[in-house]
Ligand binder design. Structure first.
Ligand code: ZN
Length: 146
């Protein structure tokens, strides 16, 4: 196991969370590597001991601290995203709602006029072009087709 691999496992090693094989490898590495041993010692100074090993007196101190915290008056909780934290001017809200409603009406009007034929196309039945009046797209009066 190299230094990098050991250093990522130091806290797990301290908390006895490694597999027996890994634990032995890390322990062996500490025997022969001074920088990793030093890092482990520095981490041990700042890492709290596992909580379950706390002596009995610490439990009562913890319970007292919890009771004290529970009894202390608390600030109101931070508002959630759906709770209003600020207000808007009513005039701006009304203007926005009116513009939104107008846009909705405009959209409905456009949709409805697309559904109903316009007066120009509804004027009468479609009259086909008589075959003798039909001319291909490239036709000009100067050069009639053969
Ligand atoms: Zn090392």
């Amino acid at each position: 196991m190299n230094c990098r691999e050991v250093q990522t496992r130091i806290t797990a090693w301290q908390d006895q969370e490694l597999s027996p094989g890994e634990h032995t490898q890390v322990t062996e590495h500490f025997r022969r590597c001074a920088p990793c041993r030093s890092l482990e010692a520095r981490l041990a100074r700042v890492t709290p001991k596992p909580f379950l090993d706390a002596p009995e007196t610490d439990w009562s101190r913890l319970e007292d601290a919890i009771d004290e915290e529970w009894a202390r008056p608390h600030a109101p909780a931070a508002p959630r995203w759906w709770q209003r934290t600020h207000s808007l001017p009513r005039g701006a809200v009304a203007l926005y709602a009116a513009a939104l409603f107008g846009a909705l009406l405009w959209g409905v009007h456009g949709w409805r006029s697309a559904q109903t034929p316009s007066p120009n196309t509804a004027a009468g039945p479609v009259v086909p072009i008589p075959s003798e009046d039909y001319r291909p797209a490239g036709w000009t009066p100067e050069a009639p087709p053969p």
